[in-house]
Design a protein around this ligand. Structure first.
Ligand SMILES: C[S@@+](CC[C@H](N)C(=O)[O-])C[C@H]1O[C@@H](n2cnc3c(N)ncnc32)[C@H](O)[C@@H]1O
Length: 184
């Protein structure tokens, strides 16, 4: 059986403007560990997959942990980030749990910086999976990766994250196609 994919337009994001106060908790920070590359030892990256954490470059802390059960006591972090990771938490109930956990460990007045994709309903109809081709720049270094996943049973996308964020006790301040999204 042939599967049908939906290709998002290429995304380009420059990250140099993000001088975020630490310690920064980076949720789903395995893979290329982009936020760790950006902010170094200010970052604790958590990911529930050891293989993803082992892939990331050294230079920041890494902990194997499920974002639905953060093993930190309350209100510790001034900054939370999720760089194209919540799109891999497709179920609404899990997204709500993650936002509630984020709220629990975020300092009052802190901020949650979230980059994600908007999954528009219409063009995706009839597609089995989506592909996002992402290029990001850090201090003049240009890098990139491809993100893809199956669409079956998926409730991701800004509007879904918006609803989940609200239920998890976090208000989304602004929403933009393909992020970044800002939560506080
Ligand atoms: C596409 S990667 C994110 C890219 C990464 N932020 C980077 O900088 O390269 C998505 C990550 O989210 C992680 N993830 C998915 N569900 C998770 C969960 N419940 N808890 C922690 N990490 C999760 C996956 O293991 C994967 O490493």
């Amino acid at each position: 059986m042939d599967l049908v994919g939906y290709d998002f337009p290429q995304l380009e994001i420059s990250l140099d403007e993000y001088a975020l106060p630490g310690p920064v908790l980076d949720i789903g920070g395995g893979g290329e560990g982009v936020i760790g590359q950006l902010l170094g030892w200010d970052v604790i990256a958590i990911d529930h997959r050891l293989d993803e954490l082992l892939e990331t470059p050294d230079g920041h802390d890494k902990v194997m942990m499920d974002a639905r059960r953060l093993g930190f006591s309350g209100q510790f972090f001034p900054t939370l980030t999720a760089f194209f990771s919540l799109m891999y938490i497709p179920k609404r109930e899990d997204q709500i749990t993650v936002f509630a956990e984020a709220q629990r460990v975020l300092q009052p007045g802190g901020s949650f910086h979230l980059w994600d994709v908007t999954l528009p309903a219409e063009p995706l109809e009839g597609s089995d999976y989506f592909v996002v081709s992402l290029r990001y720049g850090i201090r003049g270094k240009d890098a990139g990766h491809g993100l893809w996943d199956a669409l079956a049973g998926r409730e991701a996308g800004c509007s879904s994250l918006h609803r989940s964020g609200g239920k998890g006790g976090i208000d989304l301040c602004s929403v933009g196609y393909a992020g970044p999204l800002f939560l506080s």
